[in-house]
Ligand binder design. Structure first.
Ligand code: ATP
Length: 419
């Protein structure tokens, strides 16, 4: 039977809405990878009484309790003391940990360790210490009557490092089974349609399990198998991954890949092709997303943010009569932008995006969310007309996704205008 976990984030700033609980998000993703079910996220302020209540409740319903935050040296950092009180466990002094903290101050922060940091070397009796190369607060884990308690620091870089490199191996060792999971990334099939297509697999498959995850503007499925060895778990996953790929066809754009742009980057590198962008409503988002990736300089030469008609005409050479006749949000203008940027950059492909991200439509009767994405190639120009909804951010993200999907499909020899 799978373990259940509860994550308790400690920090008044989380309750005030000053920061988002990104630690819990990151931990939940990691626990899903380990096959551990997360049933509750709790957020509690820096208050011993309320933290005690939260821990007691978590204790009554979870096998694994993971706290984040409150491991610092200041008066409001009381996670260790409070959690240990709940479990009737003493804290004890670890001289070696104090030395690590002192060294961190001297080598990383270039100052002597303040006296108050001594208390970070106080950890629960009989715990596994998680050292913290990213900061001063060590984390820890202990077991109490079959329940496991893990305490991690709040700062996201520290929390994420410690969770992935210390807590995940600790949790993995709790189960004799090896888990293998593969993520299938899907573009062009909506979430509900996907659930319908894969109803049997999602609802009835037990080993491996098939679980859908929502992602902005696309879908992801995770296939997870449990077995005595990695090879056996892989062998259980493989036929199910193949079955899903056969059902969804080329909507599956990658397995265990980061995102659409990283798939494009690999394809562009493989084929030795370079592209340029002409963006209106996405304001440079396509260029930003490709240049977020190391290696982009070999496949992307540049882009024009042609927000106004003057720039579309002046920089990209879109003819005025085309704009007057069809409006900036039209297939002929998108195609002219793509051809224009390909010509001025002298590269293999030009990608153009023009549309209405909202909140208002235009005087030509184009509604919010209408977007044209065009791809100019040596074989001709391809264009998609899209209806991407009413939310500005969503429209822009989805438009950028379509731009990358068109590049991917072109380079993979697939039908390009198909949505
Ligand atoms: P420190 O040594 O910095 O005091 P700590 O373990 O005591 O570390 P907190 O003081 O609770 O952690 O939080 C430090 C900072 O980490 C917060 O100001 C906040 O910016 C960030 N942080 C804390 N908890 C979370 C969380 N759950 N998600 C994202 N960021 C967080």
């Amino acid at each position: 039977m799978a373990y259940t976990a509860e994550i308790i984030a400690v920090g008044t700033e989380l309750l005030l809405g000053n920061i988002a609980n990104t630690d819990a998000q990151m931990i939940s993703e990691g626990l899903a990878e380990l096959g551990i079910n997360v049933f509750y996220h709790t957020v509690v302020g820096d208050n011993a009484e309320r933290l005690t209540k939260a821990v007691e409740i978590a204790r009554s319903r979870a096998d694994i309790i993971i706290t984040t935050g409150g491991l610092g040296p200041t008066y409001d950092d009381m996670t260790k003391q409070t959690v240990c009180r709940c479990f009737g466990r003493e804290l004890c002094f670890h001289p070696d940990i104090l030395e690590d903290i002192r060294l961190f101050f001297e080598t990383q922060l270039h100052k002597p360790m303040p006296e108050c940091n001594r208390q970070q070397a106080m950890l629960p009796v009989d715990c596994v210490v998680f050292d913290n190369p990213r900061g001063t607060a060590p984390g820890c884990a202990f077991e109490e009557k079959g329940q496991h308690v893990l305490m991690l620091p709040g700062p996201p870089t520290e929390c994420s490092y410690m969770f992935k490199n210390r807590a995940m191996p600790y949790l993995r060792a709790l189960s004799p089974d090896t888990l293998v999971s593969h993520s299938l990334r899907i573009f062009g099939i909506g979430e509900s349609h996907l659930q319908e297509l894969l109803k049997t697999q999602i609802e009835t498959y037990e080993n491996p399990t098939v679980a859908p995850y929502a992602k902005t503007g696309e879908c992801m499925l995770r296939v997870t198998a449990k077995a005595a060895s990695r090879e056996e778990a892989e062998a259980l996953c493989r036929p199910v991954v193949d079955e899903i790929c056969a059902l969804l066809g080329d909507a599956v754009y990658g397995i265990d890949v980061e995102n659409l742009e990283s798939v494009c980057l690999s394809l562009l590198q493989e084929k030795g092709k370079v592209f340029a962008t002409a963006e209106s409503c996405t304001g440079g988002l396509v260029a930003k997303r490709i240049t977020d990736l190391p290696g982009a300089s070999g496949v992307f030469c540049g882009g024009v943010v042609s927000y106004t008609n003057e720039v579309k005409v002046g920089c990209l050479g879109v003819p005025w009569p085309l704009l007057d006749k069809h409006s900036a949000v039209s297939r002929p203008v998108a195609e002219a932008m793509a051809k224009g940027v390909r010509r001025i950059c002298g590269c293999d492909m030009g990608v153009a995006v023009t549309g209405l991200a909202g909140p208002k439509g235009d005087e030509f009767g184009n509604p919010v969310g209408r977007v044209f994405v065009a791809l100019a190639t040596p074989e001709g120009v391809f264009c998609r007309e899209l209806s991407l909804g009413k939310r500005r951010e969503r429209v822009r993200n989805a438009a950028a996704n379509h731009a990358f999907d068109m590049i991917r499909r072109y380079l993979s020899g697939l039908e390009i205008e198909h949505v």
